[in-house]
Design a protein around this ligand. Sequence first.
Ligand code: ADP
Length: 226
Amino acid sequence: GRLAAGMAHELGTPLNVVSGRAQMIASGDLLPAEAARNATIISEQARRMTTLMRQLLDFARRGSTRREPTSLEHLVRGVLNLLASSAAKKDVSLGMHADPELPQVAVDPAKMQQVVTNLILNGIQATPRGGRVDVELSYLKAGETNGMQNDTAKIVVQDTGPGIPPENLDQLFEPFFTTKDVGEGTGLGLSIVYGIVEEHGGRIEVASPPGEGARFTLYLPFEAAQ
Ligand code: ADP
């Protein structure tokens, strides 16, 4: 229900703009320069809706999870390579530290890639120039402080950005919660992350101690739950 309400809201605004501007053009009363400006606005709004649709498709595709033994180190390295140029553009350094003992984990590689991408990209976006986003991969035995029943892989994504205000922590994983400007964030990224982690029987936590940036921690059981 919340997703549908959010959708209606998120699509309603750009659709209003598109129809208003299209009517202005259709009236035939505009100077060519004004018509061109309105056409540009229409195209920006269309792009905003396309982004939203793409994210909604990601959301809907959650149904089928195909797990296979996966090297998380390899997967994260691939994502870091893909995001290297976005990070370089913002002068943000990316780093990874992986426990060499970490065995392969049964995950859906495409979905886990999306999880890691969303977390690192959020980190890059939040971090000012000269900052860092670091990923750490480690191995936890059952019961080691994280409350999980089985052996788990732990993935930490830590940035050096401003962190997350305490009053936002509770809503972070809700669909459509965003603090970014209209057209820049849809607020679906972390809700998709949350859904995928749940499907894997895992857990995600967020911490933002004052002055330390944001830290997202993922716990993934090695085997699919029966
Ligand atoms: P979006 O990125 O489209 O806003 P997300 O669901 O990915 O949607 O994130 C929701 C909100 O969580 C962001 O708008 C931002 O306020 C906050 N957030 C997420 N990651 C970070 C981070 N690394 N540092 C600070 N704030 C963050």
